[in-house]
Structures are given as C-alpha cells and as structure tokens.
Design a protein around this ligand. Structure first.
Ligand code: SAH
Length: 248
C-alpha cells in the first residue's frame, strides 16, 4: 500500500509537499491562535512538517495519516529531531474514511482533498473527527488566472479547467457548504518555486545515483521538460492556499 513511486522519488527531499513555505506554515499556525494541547488531525500528513513544527512552536498534539511509507518514516524522524515525538504520532495508511476516536480541535487535509473525493467530501469526513466549534483546514489549488484553454489547464497538471475555480468562487463554495472562512494563508510564486523547483535537483541527484533503474527514463523525461512546463503553466495560472473553516 503506497502512493505512485514517482512521488516518492521526486519529493523524497521535500519537508513540505505543497507550495506553502516553512514561514507561511508558521504564519498559519499563529493565525489559528492554537492553544497548547489542541489536538490536530492531519489527513495526508506527508513528511509531518505541519504537525511537528506546530507541536514545537504552539504545543499542539497531533495525529497524521499518510499513504506514503517513505513520507511517514520521514515524519517520525522529524518528530524525533524536533523533540516532539511524545506529542505527535504518524500512521502509515489510507486516510479515506479515517475518523479519529478522540475529537480534534483542528482537522486538516492540506493538499490531498482527493482523500474524501473532493473538497466537499473531505470537509464532511473531517467534520466527523471535529469537536464542536473546531476548525477545519483545507489546502487546495485555485486558478490565479483563468486558463484561456483546456490545453493550458492540462499544462497545469489539471484534467480540465473545471477541476478548479477562482479564489472568490472557492471561498463562496465554503459558504454554500455551511462554513465561515475564518482565516486563510495563500501561497505565492516563490512558494511554488520551492515546491516545484526543489524536485529538479532531487531528480537530477536520483538519476546520478540510479542510472539503471526502470524509472530512470521517466525521471529523465520529467527533468528535461518540467522547468519549462512549470514556468509556462503552473507558475502563472495556479494559486494555492490553506483555508480555515468553522461551521455556521
Ligand atoms: N499535507 C502534506 C502532504 C501533501 S502532498 C504537506 O503539506 O506537506 C499529498 C499527500 O497525500 C502525500 O503525502 C501522499 O502520500 C498523501 N496521500 C495520497 N493519497 C492518500 C490517501 N489515500 N491517504 C492518506 N494519504 C494520502
């Protein structure tokens, strides 16, 4: 049980698997005014940077579930490194349908809303683990500029223009689901560069270390084309943010 191997290769050196930077992750934690001891659930926790740094900086306790064995191992190591292994735990597994025994003050899915079949389904899933008055965090892309064609949307890695909406419409959709948007931290193009460009050196180093691997051709092809694709499409058209939501 794992995610497609290509992600475990290209994102093996990432601490954050999204365009949010360490600084913005800290800004988000501060913006939420987290009380020490707040329980945070994180579906698709990746390498655990959000839970580990928030445990260190804001005294939260947390549980993360992630389908990547590699990322989950890295999360556990990070918890030890930051001295918070007694406050956060990381489970390797499928988070689809995961409901925690103890209710959380914050229930998050940051950049992995396919886990619940989309934004609405993921909010419904997270709500099952949330205490009354708790905060749901959703990390999700939106269009910074409307793509002029379906080809441009596909260039951004989307299946279609309809995969995403503009920021205002995304915020309105949370309202229609019965939630107030109470905070948000948006990525910028520098953050996108940290997420996307960091893959390139990782791919280059991986290719040098694994020339005979069956994935080498695919990784080589990606490294050759990704910088231009990213600059022309994702960097220009795709926005991304984390939205804090409370039920009305
Ligand atoms: N929230 C993290 C990771 C985002 S990347 C961060 O911001 O750094 C998306 C993550 O979802 C990856 O770590 C991937 O392994 C994980 N994932 C994908 N499908 C999943 C599933 N069904 N259950 C749990 N995690 C999943």
């Amino acid at each position: 049980m794992d995610i497609p191997r290509i992600f475990n290769i290209t994102e093996s050196a990432h601490r954050i698997h999204n365009p949010i930077t360490p600084e913005k992750l800290a800004t988000l934690g501060a913006a939420l005014r987290l009380e020490p001891g707040t329980r945070v659930l994180d579906l698709g926790s990746g390498s655990g940077e959000m839970l580990c740094t928030w445990a260190r900086d804001y005294g939260i306790t947390g549980t993360g579930i992630d389908l990547s064995q590699l990322f989950t191992e890295q999360a556990k190591l990070r918890a030890v490194e930051l001295g918070v292994a007694d406050r956060v735990r990381f489970i390797h597994g499928d988070a689809a349908g995961y409901v925690s025994d103890e209710k959380a003050g914050v229930a998050a899915c940051v950049g992995a809303t396919w886990i619940g079949g989309g934004v609405a389904g993921t909010m419904e899933l997270l709500a099952k683990s949330l205490r009354d008055g708790g905060i749901i965090l959703i990390g999700e892309p939106f269009w910074r500029q409307m793509p002029p064609s379906e080809d441009v949307a596909r260039g951004c890695g989307a299946h279609a223009i309809s995969d995403f909406v503009m920021l205002g419409e995304l915020l309105a959709s949370f309202g229609r689901l019965g939630y107030d948007v109470v905070e948000m931290v948006l990525a910028d193009q520098d953050g996108w560069d940290r997420y996307e460009a960091a893959k390139w050196l990782t791919m280059r180093r991986w290719l040098e270390a694994n020339p005979g691997d069956e994935f080498a051709k695919e990784v080589r092809a990606q490294l050759t084309t990704e910088p231009e694709r990213y600059a022309a499409y994702t960097r220009e058209y795709l926005g991304w943010g984390v939205f804090a939501l409370m039920r009305r």
